[in-house]
Design a protein around this ligand. Structure first.
Ligand code: KG4
Ligand code: ZN
Length: 483
């Protein structure tokens, strides 16, 4: 056992300073532990419970060190290790990949711009080491929308736990990080402040620097964490606070083709869901209005009412969702008065209204996209590889995605949508944006005290007027299932 202890100390002492030391010591450890317990181990073995407390304690500490090292990217595979069962595979445990000799950057991301408290640790290969999210949706559903003070209080109550849990599940300390990325704009000012203040506190405790993050830029670039997407690409962001269409030319270089002139699509979804009393239904408890409408719309007919014509005369890529929201409200009121039902009951044709509402949303998005495809082609702003990235909460909607896929195939675009949990707000996208900024070679790192939050922030360079000036006329567009 003395021998084992030596190996542990050797591994521990060397792992910070020398990767080869870790390699050597872990190989030694592997060999020694294996020979020490040869009688009780086999491939994927479970250690017999008759080893002493002390022996198991030493092994676990050694393995923790190795697991930590792996998480930082030194060691490719540590096999399985569970705190409770001593289950691990020694034969795969300490293989070192060729990449392992370089230390990977690791960033903690903190997101509190709206109603989600998120934190995550991501490395430069886009590997999500740990993540935590506390959603406030259930509370805001009860109060009938986001009340900034309530959102702030909930962030304050949860941010410390969310970050702490992230570090714990990554089995990391602040000192293991390379930087802390934190959303500073745009968003609810009081909510943003909670995240920034917590990041500042952590930075002071650990001497780390902060990377300020633009929430919408983080949404736009999340897809690059999943797979290779080269610049330039087209990006559509549709969320509860924004709707914008842009060309991403670099991690900090965007050309804005169009944006919402009024309501964001997610806001229209949420309002409509409330007016339809959907979020009071037990099966939609804790769900966003958007997700509830998507679900209900599956059972409805999108042609139940005539299609709305939104900004049909405007040759721009700008959006407007207030018209759709108001027209849907009028339709809902008319249906209540026709049915004679009290306004807090569910309409019998609620599914039709949901389907019709969604259809109008996607039709409007599709027409703007159609114009953007033509504009960027004519202006030679996109290369031969044509990619459309779609993100933001509304982009997690399968009906919207399916129709976007359809439009993309008509214009030879590849559609890339991050997985649903990366479309809605989360800490992962903030950490990844921090990683991209660190790897860019430009200096985005700032001292903790130099940062402040901003409620409204522009997204890239606005060229929406150039789009309108080209007066692009659109050919007819048929969505999925239309003849
Ligand atoms: O991106 P996000 O999480 O937060 C903002 O930055 O706004 O987006 C939240 C919005 C909410 O309005 C929510 O109703 C909407 O995204 N949303 C959806 C769906 N899931 C969330 N909208 C349509 N369909 C969905 N499945
Ligand atoms: Zn968002």
């Amino acid at each position: 056992m003395g021998c084992l202890r030596c190996v542990f100390f050797f591994a521990f002492r060397n792992c910070d300073s020398s990767v080869l030391g870790v390699y050597f010591s872990t190989m030694c450890a592997s060999f020694l532990i294996r020979s020490h317990f040869r009688s009780t181990l086999s491939k994927n073995a479970v250690l017999r419970r008759d080893i002493t407390e002390r022996q198991s304690h030493i092994i676990i500490r050694l393995l923790r060190t190795c697991v930590n090292v792996r998480k930082r990217g030194y060691i490719h595979s540590v096999g399985q290790y569970h705190n409770t069962g001593f289950r691990f595979n020694f034969y795969n445990s300490f293989s070192l990949s060729t990449r392992a000799l370089t230390k990977l950057k690791v960033v903690l991301g903190i997101e509190t711009s709206c109603d989600d408290t998120g934190a995550a640790i991501v490395n430069e290969h886009g590997h999500i080491i740990a993540e935590e999210l506390h959603s406030q949706t259930a509370t805001h559903n009860e109060t009938g929308g986001i009340i900034p003070n309530v959102a702030k209080d909930l962030h304050t109550q949860n941010v410390e736990t969310v970050v702490q849990r992230t570090l714990e599940s990554a089995n990391m300390r602040l000192q293991d990080l390379d930087a802390i990325a934190v959303t500073v704009k745009p968003g609810l000012i009081m909510s943003l402040r909670v995240g920034l203040h917590h990041a500042q506190k952590l930075a002071h405790m650990s001497n780390l620097q902060l990377i300020p993050i633009h929430h919408m830029e983080a949404h736009a670039l999340t897809a690059r964490m999943i797979g290779r997407i080269d610049f330039p690409f087209l990006v559509l962001l549709a969320s509860g606070g924004h709707c914008l269409l842009a060309i991403a030319r670099d991690i900090d270089d965007f050309l804005l083709l169009g944006t919402s002139l009024d309501t964001a699509p997610g806001e229209a979804y949420d309002k409509t869901a409330r007016e339809l009393n959907l979020i009071k239904m037990p099966q939609f408890c804790g769900m966003s209005g958007g997700a509830a409408i998507e679900h209900m719309a599956k059972y409805g007919d999108h042609m139940a009412f005539p299609r709305l014509h939104v900004m049909a005369q405007s040759a721009s890529c700008n959006f407007s969702f207030t018209g759709i929201k108001m027209a849907t409200r009028r339709q809902i009121l008319a249906e209540y008065s026709k049915s004679g039902l009290p306004p807090d009951e569910l309409l019998p044709n609620v599914a039709d209204i949901c389907a019709w509402f969604q259809y109008n949303v996607i039709y409007h998005l599709a027409r703007r996209l159609q114009r953007a495809f033509i504009f960027v082609e004519n202006a030679e702003l996109i290369g031969d590889i044509k990619t459309l990235v779609v993100s933001g909460g509304v982009a997690s909607n399968s009906y919207i995605r399916a129709n976007l896929q359809h439009i993309c195939s008509l214009y030879n675009y590849t559609l890339v949508c991050p997985p649903q949990k990366l479309c809605t707000d989360n800490g992962i996208m903030i950490a990844w944006n921090g990683i991209e900024k660190m790897l860019s070679g430009r200096n985005y790192l700032q001292s903790a005290d130099s940062l402040d939050v901003v409620a409204r922030a522009p997204f890239g360079v606005d060229i929406s007027k150039s789009v309108t000036n080209t007066s692009i006329k659109l050919s007819k567009l048929k969505l999925l299932g239309e003849k």
